[in-house]
Design a protein around this ligand. Structure first.
Ligand SMILES: Nc1nc2c(c(=O)[nH]1)N[C@H]1C(S)=C(S)[C@@H](COP(=O)(O)O)O[C@H]1N2
Ligand SMILES: [Mo]
Length: 386
């Protein structure tokens, strides 16, 4: 039997039905299919069109980017186990139903890839890796168990300084296969917003987002939020996994893949202050007159730091107009903003820059690095006004 919209409303209650149908052109927070620009096929990497990205503060499933380094394991819920080992009093082997039985909490967090906007670094000098535009970012309501609660069960021993997270996916490196891994200093693991998440936007994690469980580390680069989580090691030093010990480090401009000594650099953890224009999009032609410009700004990942201002230039940096910040907010999460500009005809470059509660202004340019990480220079969008 096919249900009409009206039947659905009657049967299930208005809220659920409107959510499932995607009311008034707003995509459902949880339902598919994905509507993304594919940047790589195997492994699958894809990001939304920028005008989709900032349609809402919470990013619907359909427009949530996917960043995977290897295969996307299909894990049967009964077969899944999480090991908690290392510097703990009681090593744990946790089944999914055990985790589901623990106290859960919901955290609104912005997930952002360290390689977001890598395509802009490639304009300066080509960098390898997935050529992300500004869409390798999204904000979701993650629900799960506080990592601190899991650690309390295990009993952390003195001398513990770092957690090592290990996924169940297999990644092909130049010379070997490895599991994807991440990690965080123990203080970050203990923060109430750091989760072993089971749900995203009110539904179980989709396979490509790490089903059945992933870490969520608000304010840290996406690589620390490990999908298909299989193991947590409590240790006295940072993880030795490739993606903590060698990759996801910020190398200086002169470093090259051939000469760099990764052991001399610290892992990247926190976001940097950044912003991007999402509408209009680069290359668009607009009618002269009042134009609505909108986008996002992300605070740096240092504790308690927020975005306090966003300015947009209609004329390539000659003048700046203050944008209105939307009221939705959560610790470490992005802020949406918009501003109406009066644009006369001609080719123009719109620019955005943000300021934070530490009084810092987003830098005009960010240092080039061969991995293409943390690009947070002012975002420039060339358009034509006709
Ligand atoms: N196991 C595993 N976890 C992972 C990754 C991965 O390849 N494997 N990619 C990381 C990176 S680099 C990012 S940016 C985020 C992306 O999360 P998403 O695909 O849910 O958007 O997942 C992180 N967690
Ligand atoms: Mo990433």
């Amino acid at each position: 039997m096919r249900m009409t919209r009206r039947d659905l409303l009657k049967a299930a209650g208005a809220t659920w039905a409107l959510k499932a149908l995607g009311c008034a052109g707003t995509p459902s927070l949880t339902a598919g299919p994905k509507e993304l620009i594919q940047r790589q096929d195997k492994p699958y990497n894809a990001e939304p069109r920028l005008d989709h990205l900032t349609a809402s503060w919470i990013t619907p499933y359909r427009h949530f980017y996917v960043r995977s380094h290897g295969n996307e394991p299909e894990i049967a819920p009964d077969a899944w186990e999480l090991l908690v080992e290392g510097l703990v009093e009681r090593p744990l082997r946790i089944k999914l139903e055990d985790l589901e039985g623990m106290a859960k909490t919901t955290v609104t967090a912005t997930m952002q890839c360290a390689g977001n906007r890598r395509n802009e670094q490639s304009l300066v000098k080509p960098v390898g890796g997935v050529q992300w535009d500004a869409g390798a970012i999204g904000t979701a309501e993650y629900r799960g168990v506080r990592l601190a609660d899991v650690l309390e069960r295990a009993g952390v021993k003195t001398g513990a300084k770092h957690l090592w997270f290990e996924g169940k996916d297999s990644v092909t490196l130049k010379d070997r296969q490895t599991l994807f891994g991440g990690g965080v200093p123990i203080a970050k693991a203990m923060q109430p917003g750091t989760l072993v998440a089971l749900e995203m936007n009110g539904a179980p994690l989709a396979r490509e987002h790490g089903y059945p469980a992933r870490t969520v580390v608000p304010g840290y680069i996406g690589a620390r939020s490990v999908k298909w989580l299989g193991r947590i090691m409590v240790a006295d030093r940072p993880s030795e996994n490739n993606f903590v010990a060698r990759d996801y480090k910020l190398f200086p401009p002169e470093a090259t893949a051939e000469t760099v000594k990764p052991e001399n650099y610290d892992p990247i953890y926190e976001f940097v202050l950044a912003s991007a224009i999402c509408t209009p999009m680069a290359g668009q032609t607009l009618r002269a007159g009042k134009v609505r410009v909108s986008g996002y700004a992300v605070p740096p990942g240092s504790d308690g730091t927020t975005v306090t201002g966003v300015q947009v230039s209609p004329d390539g940096g000659g003048t700046w107009v203050t944008a209105a910040l939307a009221s939705n907010d959560a610790p470490y999460a992005w802020k949406l903003w918009n501003v109406d500009l009066e644009l006369p005809a001609g080719p123009r470059t719109l620019i955005v820059r943000a300021t934070d509660s530490l009084g810092k202004l987003q830098p005009e340019k960010a240092p080039w690095n061969f991995k293409g990480y943390l690009y947070n220079g002012w975002h420039r969008v060339p358009i034509t006004v006709a």
